[in-house]
Design a protein around this ligand. Structure first.
Ligand SMILES: Cc1ncc(COP(=O)(O)O)c(C=O)c1O
Length: 402
């Protein structure tokens, strides 16, 4: 078969996601898996979606719900998002909102829009693997985005230029990041904003987990902090990405981007060329479910996932040997574990699977594959008793490997 020889250069950077390959192996019922990164299906608002779909396909409504619609997205859903963003301190209009097929699609479109080959994308170290996957096709160079970085913005810009491009954006997930669970403080967010200004680049604020806070005080989005300075969303460099995947259900593939109008207009053109629009009926169903149960449903998730997070932190305290550290998230779906230097999360996974417990090795979340002595644990999918048993197993595996 010779066709692979004809693939474009960009195909070389499209690698199978280790996580997806791994998830295929985890169907055996006796494995306690902390490897997924998905919501617990027991808590999907199933009845609300069933009702919304019945209404959307009724005789009066079907001609709209089953028809093509605009690339910008379903107007009542964009209006719901305008209200939602106002509660987060972001005043915007419908024209600042684009509905996407999940925030993953927005990441792809932003890669397409901003990155020429050899341009620099600043990303967290570690960062969301799916963002690297989305950007890779556009052949960027990656540099490190670190709130505590002691390199000056001028140095970062100079490095980007020496590599043959320029710094186009900083990508980060400031609330309960995937994979670390870490949340940036207001000061850190302001620091990123001022560094982005100094580098004259965009900020992509991936807020996939923003609503899932279980303890502590919420922190304003970077876009809200920037609006406090500019007073006008159309003068902002931050592009905010939201998603219904973690709050309502990922299977409908509905997310959104909020940004200055010139960015949204160009994203609309990108969407027209790529897939015309996000599925009409899914947008209608999400708009209805969001209107009727978003707040109460998120409250339920906070209780359920919050208890699971506490169970995981308590179990880690009880079962991890000395020399192992982990993050203490206030929300989201993940805890990030650091093993002693020299240990390899991927190697550890082999013995963990023998002990019937699974996680995601951390190296894949680094753009340069470094820091193999890390691993990501998901707590949203398992009830407390399972978490305790799984962490006890993992503790034994780690003790055996030390
Ligand atoms: C940080 C982050 N961003 C974006 C996504 C993509 O989510 P979706 O495309 O379902 O909105 C995920 C999914 O796991 C994620 O963890």
């Amino acid at each position: 078969m010779r066709l692979p020889q004809l693939f474009a250069h960009r195909a070389e950077r499209m690698k199978a996601s280790e996580i997806r390959e791994l998830l295929k192996l985890l169907d055996q019922p006796d494995i306690i898996s902390f490897a997924g990164g998905i919501p617990d299906p027991a808590y999907f608002p199933r009845q609300a979606f069933a009702d919304a779909m019945v209404t959307a396909t009724s005789e009066q409504a079907a001609s709209v719900a089953l028809q093509y619609s605009t690339s910008e997205g379903y107007t009542p859903l964009r209006d719901w998002i305008v209200q939602h963003m106002a509660t987060l301190g972001v005043r915007c209009t419908r024209d600042n909102v684009l509905i996407t097929a999940g925030s993953q699609q927005a990441l792809d479109y932003l890669g397409k829009l901003f990155i020429d080959k050899d341009d620099t994308a600043l990303v967290g170290w570690p960062t969301y693997l799916g963002a690297l996957g989305a950007f890779n096709a556009y052949e960027p160079r990656y540099d490190r985005l670190d709130p505590a970085d002691n390199r000056s913005p001028e140095d970062i810009v100079a490095d980007a230029e020496a590599a043959g491009g320029r710094v186009k954006f900083a990508y980060l997930s400031p609330d309960f990041a995937n994979p670390t669970g870490v949340t940036l403080s207001v000061e850190e967010r302001r620091g990123i904003l001022s560094r982005a200004k100094a580098m004259d680049c965009a900020i992509i604020e991936d807020a996939a987990y923003q609503s899932l806070r279980y303890t502590g005080q919420s922190v304003p989005p970077i876009l809200a902090l920037e609006m406090q300075e500019t007073g006008d969303i159309d003068a902002c460099r931050t592009i905010y990405l939201g998603s219904f995947s973690k709050t309502l259900a990922p299977g409908l593939r509905v997310g959104w981007a909020v940004a200055a109008k010139p960015v949204i207009s160009q994203l609309v053109l990108t969407k027209q060329a790529a897939d015309l629009q996000t599925a009409t009926i899914n947008q209608i169903a999400v708009a209805e479910v969001a209107r009727s149960v978003f707040d109460s449903h998120v409250e339920t998730l906070r209780e359920v996932y919050g208890a699971r997070l506490q169970a995981m932190l308590k179990s880690l305290d009880a079962h991890m040997p000395d020399g192992i550290s982990w993050t203490k998230p206030e929300g989201g779906m993940f805890v990030w574990v650091t093993l002693p230097k020299g240990m390899d999360g991927a190697e550890l996974l082999k013995s963990a699977l023998e002990a019937r417990v699974a996680f995601v090795p951390g190296g894949a979340f680094y753009a340069d594959g470094s820091n193999a002595n890390t691993l990501r644990l998901n707590f949203s999918m398992s009830p407390a008793a399972k978490i305790e048993e799984g962490i006890a197993r993992l503790g034994e595996v780690i003790k055996g490997a030390l």
